[in-house]
Design a protein around this ligand. Structure first.
Ligand code: SF4
Length: 374
């Protein structure tokens, strides 16, 4: 398990304004150029805005030399019939992560989904990402660069990124410092200007991470991937369920809600015969009904045999409707997450696995939708 040394992988987005100012000063330029340079870079997701700036000779060349060469490249790109665009980004050390743009949020807007780690160690049994294991945490800059790649994609189709979710590869709470550092560049007006309320961090239920995010005073949304209302079922699906029980996770979510005043979203992927019964819906409603939490029901993307050799199936539409109806009848705000990108490798980790296996990442794949909220 490699612990990345951010110093060896710096992109421009790894630097705050203060960091860049001190770098410029060390190179013999005025530190005051830092803010305008970074702001122009974030505005379009690339350095095109610099051509309109009056900068000292040699400065942009030095920036290219030192930082821009490390920027992630698009190694594969898939566009679904519904416009969902999935990017496989190659990082400076050759590793790859997935980033997704969903185009149908509103006509002129898109929603983005970014990764927080290369691979994942959580071992959720229905997830494709974890099958390739954990490689390393992403730096804050690599997280920001995913957002900027989405911003470029959106601009190219005349839209803008409206919301960003950390529901791609990895468990954000296990790389929380870098996730929050990235968020602190993406959200505020000085740089990314996306807005704090437009960002959601999703966790499989890492309680200390939820508390740390609450303590960090960042006014962003929290989503919890629950996927079962009882510990016995949950532990079969999510190994982390053995470490943190349902009640303990929801208590942490309560604390997050109390601290931030923001309703927590519960993610629940419906699996046929596993967690889709009316009794389980009643159990879930009893847990979240009084808590003001929203429930997002997700369709499952078959990704072959699981780590434990299980061939999970998507819950029948009838079972899904009945499940939602039970929740709604108990007063729980419930949404079905609309499937997107079903004609591409939309499930989290699928495109990367195909690329690792040497299959052309740009070809289409069996219909699928993400387990993580796409
Ligand atoms: S669902 Fe998320 S936390 Fe679980 S293994 Fe996949 S990427 Fe990791």
């Amino acid at each position: 398990m490699e612990n990345v040394n951010a110093k060896t992988l710096k992109t421009l987005s790894d630097l705050s304004v203060v960091d860049l100012a001190s770098r410029l000063t060390a190179w013999g330029f005025k530190g005051s150029h830092a803010e305008v340079l970074l702001r122009a870079y974030y505005e379009t997701g690339e350095e095109t805005g610099w051509s309109e700036l009056i900068l000292p000779r040699g400065l942009t060349e030095r920036l290219y030399e030192e930082f821009l060469a490390n920027r992630p490249e698009t190694a594969a790109r898939q566009v679904a019939e519904d416009g969902t665009t999935k990017l496989l980004l190659k990082l400076a050390d050759g590793r790859t992560v997935e980033t997704v743009m969903m185009t149908d949020f509103r006509d002129d807007r898109v929603a983005g989904c970014v990764s927080s780690q290369v691979g994942c160690a959580m071992g959720c049994d229905f997830c494709a990402t974890t099958k390739t294991g954990f490689e390393r945490n992403l730096t804050a800059g690599e997280i920001v660069e995913q957002f900027l790649a989405l911003r470029r994609e959106a601009i190219a189709v005349g839209k803008r990124v409206q919301t960003l979710v950390f529901m791609g590869m990895g468990e954000p709470m296990l790389n929380l410092d870098n996730v929050l550092e990235g968020v602190r560049r993406i959200a505020p007006n000085e740089l990314g200007a996306l807005g704090w309320r437009q960002i959601t961090v999703s966790t499989v239920g890492i309680v200390p991470g939820i508390d740390a995010m609450a303590a960090a005073n960042v006014n962003i949304h929290l989503a919890v991937s629950l996927h079962a209302p009882d510990d016995a079922t949950r532990e079969k699906l999510l190994p982390m369920g053995k470490r943190f029980g349902v009640e303990e996770i929801l208590a942490a979510a309560d604390r997050y809600q109390a601290k931030t005043g923001r309703p927590v979203t519960i993610q629940y992927c419906l699996l046929k015969g596993v967690n889709d019964s009316p009794a389980q819906a009643r159990q879930l409603a009893a847990l979240v009904g009084a808590r003001r939490m929203h429930v997002n029901l997700l369709g499952y993307n078959p990704t072959g045999l699981s780590l434990k050799g299980v061939a999970y199936e998507r819950a029948d539409a009838k079972a899904g409707d009945a499940f939602a109806e039970v929740l709604r009848s108990q007063g729980v705000a419930t949404h079905f997450r609309r499937p997107r990108g079903r004609d591409i490798d939309a499930a989290c980790g699928q495109l990367r696995r195909r690329a690792i296996a040497g299959v052309n990442g740009g070809t289409s794949a069996p219909a699928a939708e993400s387990q993580k909220g796409l």
